[in-house]
Design a protein around this ligand. Structure first.
Ligand code: FES
Length: 313
């Protein structure tokens, strides 16, 4: 993960004119967060709970926080973490991460009562169409952290949720005990040690007709495969088909929350991040319209047909 000192996000950059980029989301806050609980839930994967009431108020599934680590070098080092769960009543959140270097290892040495500096909520959330009753979540590996909070939101709103999870083997499978009882949980592993032998994308065919909308987070090849599937079924799946019957021909601005809400598939993109506030352009992907999209600001959630998947970014 790369880290860059943040610039003033209000200043346009030379590489992408500010006018070509979407407007800033509101209500980003800097808060001290107190660690409540920290545990290793899988080899090298940690779940941590923090109290940060000022930060979780208004936070939504799909958004993330940027957290300052120990200061090893004099630079301001932060790491992005998806909201794994959000409890606005208790004022708490959880993050789920894998240790990949000194920065993330530093978090594992924190103890309850320690405090960290969090910036958030950042990025744009998942958008659920009000007509949606059946939600399909698709997670590859640590991509679980990107969709986990949406399971809670959907169940709270009375929707049915099926979660498809893919991992390398049994030792990578997210524990079902950490999911709400209402979620149907289906697992695929590369080695067949648990569930279906093969890729999680193999499971989608059994659920695509049932689902009104699908939401995915995981490795790029997984997202690209799912986007290809959604493109081949366009206007025949979920709310996309409902939209067509109900005057869906009206133009909807590309990249808008409304466009994402109408999409059958939304994806949460994982890119290396530096500033996470839209200034450094270290996280850019290209849209199908040929415009740069900052994963930290225009994303991390996109409609799958917004992204130029073969763009080589
Ligand atoms: S991480 Fe700097 S613009 Fe996205």
């Amino acid at each position: 993960m790369t880290t860059t000192r943040a610039r003033d996000p209000s200043q346009p950059t030379a590489r992408a004119p500010a006018s070509r980029l979407a407007r800033e989301p509101a209500s980003i806050r800097l808060a001290g967060a107190e660690l409540l609980d920290s545990r290793e839930i899988l080899p090298g994967q940690w779940l941590q709970a923090y109290r940060a009431p000022g930060l979780v108020a208004g936070a939504r599934a799909g958004q993330f926080v940027h957290v300052r680590t120990g200061d090893y070098s004099g630079l301001v080092l932060r790491r992005p973490f998806s909201f794994n769960t959000i409890d606005p009543v208790a004022g708490t959140l959880t993050i789920h991460f894998r240790t990949v270097g000194r920065g993330t290892e530093w978090f594992t040495r924190l103890r309850p009562g320690d405090r960290v500096d969090m910036l958030g909520p950042l990025g744009r959330p998942f958008e659920v169409d009000p007509r949606t009753r059946h939600i399909l979540l698709i997670a590859g590996g640590l991509g679980m952290a990107g969709v986990r909070a949406l399971a809670d939101e959907a169940i709270r709103d009375g929707r049915q949720v099926t979660l498809l999870f893919g991992g390398a083997g049994a030792r990578d499978v997210y524990p079902s005990s950490l999911l709400p009882d209402e979620v149907e949980y289906v697992v695929a592993t590369d080695d067949g040690s648990v569930g279906h032998r093969g890729f999680v994308t193999d499971l989608v065919a059994d659920y695509e007709a049932w689902a009104d909308q699908a939401f995915a987070c995981g490795p790029l090849p997984m997202l690209r495969a799912l986007a290809g599937l959604a493109a081949s079924r366009r206007r025949r799946l979920g709310v996309a088909s409902l939209g067509r019957k109900r005057g869906g021909g009206r133009p909807i601005p590309a990249g808008s929350a409304q466009a994402r809400r109408r999409a059958f598939l939304q994806v949460s993109m994982e890119q290396n991040m530096g500033c996470a506030v839209g200034a450094c352009l270290g996280c850019v992907v290209m849209s199908t319209a040929g415009t740069p999209q900052r994963v930290c600001r225009e994303g991390p959630v996109f409609a799958s047909d917004e992204i130029a998947w073969e763009g080589g970014w």
